[in-house]
Design a protein around this ligand. Structure first.
Ligand code: SF4
Length: 390
């Protein structure tokens, strides 16, 4: 996809839907997401609440006249749910809202929650993109992360997904893991590349506060790789994936041509999306809407015909503009100055003045015709560079 195609406005009337499923088999040691283990008994009631919320929102004035180009079920682990109930939620959503003719429909999964029957049910419900949380192919590192599956489970899940007809599979992997060497990361990456998925999401492990991993790091029980080692892992990643025909289109995302994730591009372009489910955050024409985080409270609110929102924030035009620049620069194509001017009546060169001139002079940001983008040099230190533009 060309830079201009990637940055073409989706149009105010085209948007996406996110559904959050906050349940998992067990809690990974590094996880700070809104996900709960050991609460499987609540899932059926939660999905029923989601169905009610879907029907209710479909009649909301904001949704009328909108057409949706992607549906994304994330978590948590959506594939932990009863496949018939999960399929019902997907079908309900596809019927209740007006979708474009070929929407991207993604479901996140974990390897040990997939089976041929489950995958078939997802395909029949219309799911055409599967994201599998593999994280590592090293047994020792999976254990260190507290993942509930093995490397063999991951390979088997991938094979079953292909067998079920999934032609668009994304693998999630993490690097910078405790004790991980560059060679070990390269082995995981090479194993993953041999499977030949269409897409990779590759994230450096971040140690989040109040997680069991944070406690282990604080007590010196595990040691993370140094910054230089992580930089070496990143260098090997871009080299290896470029050699195998994957295009890096976002700081942490790589895909074969034609397989960029449309749903996530919508986030990085900071456009609108609808979010349903506990703790999910939506953005409707600049208004940020956060749902209550606790799944029980979410179900209760929906059952009592109350709104499930915990927070609503209307962002100012300059705040939305800055967010859009920062999010947009995560994509390698960068942000179009013309589009920013059309959307916000603000020009980044004028708005950021000397701050941007310094980044340009340092060679961290490049101005290419109409596009502002991060330079290759800036990618390993993207967060530091982007922090200048907050
Ligand atoms: S599978 Fe994902 S959401 Fe669930 S506990 Fe692990 S990291 Fe968290």
């Amino acid at each position: 996809m060309s830079a201009s195609a990637l940055n073409r406005p989706a149009g105010d009337r085209q948007t996406s839907i996110y559904l959050h499923i906050p349940f998992c088999r067990s809690k990974c040691l590094y996880c700070s997401f809104n996900s709960h283990a050991g609460r499987e008994a609540e899932i059926a009631g939660y999905l029923e609440a989601l169905n009610t919320h879907i029907r209710r929102l479909a009649n909301h004035p904001w949704c009328r006249g909108h057409s949706f180009f992607s549906l994304y079920l994330g978590g948590g682990t959506p594939t932990i749910c009863d496949p018939a109930l999960l399929s019902q939620v997907i079908r309900n959503c596809l019927t209740a809202f007006s979708f474009t003719s070929t929407p991207e429909i993604t479901v996140e999964s974990n390897p040990n929650t997939l089976s041929p029957a489950r995958l078939q049910a997802l395909r029949e419900a219309g799911v055409n993109r599967l994201s599998i949380g593999v994280q590592s192919f090293s047994p020792a590192q999976l254990k260190c992360l507290g993942r509930s599956h093995t490397a063999e489970d991951a390979a088997l899940a991938y094979a079953m997904a292909r067998e079920a007809g999934f032609a668009n599979i994304s693998l999630d992997l993490m690097y910078g893991l405790p004790g991980q060497t560059q060679q070990e990361w390269q082995q995981t990456l090479e194993t993953a590349v041999r499977l030949a998925p269409e897409h990779f999401s590759l994230y450096e492990l971040t140690v989040e506060e109040k997680t069991p991993l944070a406690a282990l790091v604080a007590r010196g029980k595990v040691r993370l790789p140094t910054e230089d080692q992580v930089a070496d892992m990143e260098a090997v990643t871009s080299r290896l994936l470029a050699d195998r025909g994957y295009e890096r289109y976002e700081i942490s995302n790589y895909a074969r041509p034609g397989f960029f994730c449309r749903h996530n591009i919508n986030y990085w372009q900071n456009r609108s999306w609808l979010a349903l489910g506990a703790g999910a955050v939506g953005s409707l024409s600049g208004t940020r809407v956060t749902n209550v985080a606790d799944p029980r409270v979410y179900v209760q609110r929906i059952s009592n015909d109350q709104e499930p929102y915990s927070e609503m924030e209307c962002l100012s035009r300059p705040a939305l503009f800055r967010e859009t620049v920062i999010m947009g620069l995560r994509m390698l194509a960068g942000v179009s100055i013309t589009e920013l001017e059309e959307r916000f009546q603000l020009n980044p060169v004028v708005y950021y003045g000397q701050t941007l001139q310094t980044l340009l002079a340092q060679g961290l940001v490049v101005l290419d015709d109409d596009f502002l983008r991060l330079s290759g040099r800036a990618l390993p230190i993207a967060n530091q560079a982007l922090a200048q533009l907050v």
